[in-house]
Write a protein that binds this ligand. Structure first.
Ligand code: NAI
Length: 295
């Protein structure tokens, strides 16, 4: 195994995405420090990663020694200041510009000046998050997809002031983690969440207009068009507390362009706490992570 481009990596936010990035970074040989404002989220991530590595060992995809090494590289951080020695910190917290900006302002005062800071934002402007930082040249977008270990593409996004070396290093690290880096411009939704707008918003319009129900749309798009997940399965996987703000953010950043208009259907479901697979209650109901109704 080659020396990781970033030997010590911090993950802030250890939900679905932070946990996935932590997994592949540890597998690539990096020491991974996990921080979350909810300490139970860190414990949950550690337990889930341990179980994940055991499963990979059972399938013969990791040796028992590799599992032990990965577990040893995972270090819970009690406070943000514990990320001081990180060469790279990746943020995967709530999709809100103000919260992300204040996190990076704090992190900049903690890490070494040479450290790279990166956001896993799905839709916010990398340039806007970096605005106000003392070292915007050390900051970039690093956008992974869910579930991270299986979705092999990562968008590397340079903001207006990002040093091109930073993106090159992030791309090199992505390759070490077994992923395929793609350079994307700093535009709302980058490549995937821009191109993917039509998939979700049009499907919601079809439901809103009473043309078909959500399960029929999922089934047809999978069986007849060949998508691996239907739009409503994808909403459930991403979770509406992530995907609805992403829809709003892209719509507003494109000056309220009608084709990006979010749906009242997802707004209402989010308000009602019907979020998705992670709380067992989405377009589909889930028990132990399994949908109770086939699309
Ligand atoms: P999640 O809800 O599963 O996890 C977020 C975690 O961040 C939670 O554990 C929460 O306690 C923690 N957190 C919130 N505010 C914090 C703060 N200020 N400091 C430290 N920890 C904090 O969310 P998920 O799905 O992992 O998404 C996180 C980010 O990744 C969002 O920006 C989202 O847009 C992006 N993303 C999500 C994808 C998805 O499919 N869910 C795909 C690609 C990107």
């Amino acid at each position: 195994m080659s020396t990781p481009e970033f030997p010590t990596v911090g993950l802030v936010g250890t939900g679905a995405m932070g946990r996935g990035i932590a997994q592949i970074a540890a597998q690539a040989g990096a020491v991974v420090r996990l921080f979350d404002t909810q300490p139970e989220a860190i414990a949950k991530a550690q337990a889930a990663l341990g179980a994940q590595w055991d499963k990979l060992a059972e399938k013969g995809k990791l040796t028992a020694e590799a599992v032990t090494a990965c577990r040893a590289r995972l270090k819970p951080a009690a406070q943000l200041a514990d990320l001081a020695d990180c060469d790279l910190v990746v943020e995967a917290i709530v999709e809100r510009l103000d919260v992300k900006k204040s996190l990076f302002a704090e992190l900049e005062g903690i890490v070494q000046p040479t450290a790279v800071l990166a956001t896993n934002t799905s839709s916010l402007s990398v340039t806007a998050i970096a605005a106000g930082l003392k070292r915007p040249q050390q900051f970039a977008g690093y956008h992974f997809f869910n579930p991270v270990p299986l979705m092999k593409v990562v968008e590397c996004i340079a903001g207006l002031k990002t040093d091109p070396t930073v993106c090159r290093r992030l791309a090199a690290f992505a390759r070490q983690m077994g992923h395929t880096p793609v350079q994307a411009g700093d535009t709302p939704g980058f490549i995937v969440n821009h191109a993917g707008r039509g998939y979700g918003t049009e499907a919601l319009r079809i439901v809103g207009e009473g043309v078909a129900d959500f399960a029929t749309i999922d089934r047809i798009l999978k069986d007849q068009v060949g998508f691996r997940l239907g739009p409503f399965e994808l909403f459930d996987l991403t979770a509406l507390d992530v995907s609805h703000p992403v829809m709003e953010s892209i719509y507003h950043q494109y000056y309220e362009e009608p084709r990006y208009r979010p749906s009242v259907i997802t707004a209402q479901r989010l308000a009602g706490g019907v979020v998705g697979k992670k709380n067992g209650d989405g377009f589909y109901a889930y028990v132990d992570g399994k949908a109770q109704m086939a699309p």
